[in-house]
Design a protein around this ligand. Structure first.
Ligand SMILES: [Zn+2]
Length: 65
């Protein structure tokens, strides 16, 4: 029997695998962020990119499409 929690877990694992593959290709999905700071900027702790949260989210969405 498959319940919703199992499906959720499978989705998370698939996403994790996908992100790991992208990372090997040098593409960061900015999944680990710090901020926004007082200037409204968020830093990705994976690749070090500093941008607005929206910008990081856009790049992430593009990669995960
Ligand atoms: Zn990043």
């Amino acid at each position: 029997m498959i319940n919703d929690a199992d499906i959720e877990q499978a989705n998370l694992e698939a996403l994790g695998n996908h992100e790991a593959r992208l990372k090997k290709q040098g593409k960061c999905t900015h999944g680990w962020r710090q901020g926004p700071d007082k200037d409204g900027l968020t830093k990705c702790l994976d690749c070090g990119k500093v941008a607005t949260d929206e910008e990081l989210e856009e790049e992430r969405a593009e990669l995960l499409m």
